[in-house]
Design a protein around this ligand. Sequence first.
Ligand code: ZN
Length: 428
Amino acid sequence: MLAMEKPWLSTQELDNLQLGKLKQSVAYAYAISPFYRRKLDEAGVRPQDINQLSDIASLPFTSKEELRDSYPDKLMTASDRDVVRLHASSGTTGKKTVSFYTRKDIDDWALMMARCFRLAGVTPKDRVHITTGYGLWTAGAGFQAGVEALGAMAIPVGPAPMEQQLELMIDFGSTVMVSTSSYALLLGEEVRRRGLEKEIKLRLALVGSERWSDRMRERINALLGIETFDIIGMTELYGPGIGLDCGYHQGVHYWADHFIFEIIDQVSGQPCGPGEQGELVVTTLSKEAMPMIRYRTRDVTRILPEPCPCGSPFPRIDRILGRTDDMIKFRGVNIFPGLVDDVLSKVAGVGSEYQIVLDRLEGRDQMTIRVERAEGPSPAEFSQLAAEIQKRCKERIGVTSLVEVVGYGDLPRSEKKAKRVIDRREND
Ligand code: ZN
């Protein structure tokens, strides 16, 4: 039985809580993990040197490479007696990234996830349809634990053929769905195609695991007649459920009683100023079986300095603009695919799907943005739309790109993560 959570903390209480837990967490990692002890010794920092929150900047970073190099269990900081589970993410190259959990880690994660569901307006009366994968992946198990901690009903379908997915959704009257954005779009289009809108009882969805544009969100909302909430997380930090956008949908609240978020300049490693964009670095404050100290996530975003209109004291980050490793270098300019999302989201008559194609012609880089027109009658002709997009790209991103507008449904749909960037330039 999980203990009930305290209601909102004040900002001051949160700061005090963070400092106390940071001291504890670093002292614990130093005492128990040879990996962190070596890193702190090399950086000349002792746990007792942390006296205020800003002292976190003196601690060394932990990188994705270090996580991979510690495969399979070199970063496990609790004994087999206390560790109750592991999860792992596939990772695009080489070894998996593994995360370990004590009983308390699992309970904390379930409460964070339940907090996400509650913030989205899910109640114990809801039936939550889980379409994400179970097994080594964190998503299925994480969502399920959160649904159960909240007291709603989990419908643990996982990835299944669309036919079966829709049948179960209709038969059991699922009111909430959990999925990736690509899958939500695919399902929405299928519901529309089959004319099942009246039989589907969904009212909202928690959508995560990849960056998605406002346009894609509007499209999913319209197709399914639902409200969608952006959920964030990663295997290295429990899994999904470490934050969610509230009903104002202006940035994602993160659970600052369990994490410290920092934004750093990805090149110099120095902290960015308030509201500045850079790489997200996360320190865990509660994790026992695998604490993370200043973990460089490679996600690019910013911390929103203003308080949210919803009144929550939990701080917010902007939506993830991209990853430091999927940043496109184009004619000497660094571009995040998220910026292109943003430009396209503001042009009327454009659909949610697009690709960025990079070529090198006679030694010169060329960018082509292939974008779908919106479904149904469109206010502008293809060529007018292309000209509009080209102009806005030039203004916003500072580069001239070719724009190719294609018909609705012409770009590939994916059940997993959509491939947005196609780089055909030779590496030289
Ligand atoms: Zn809010």
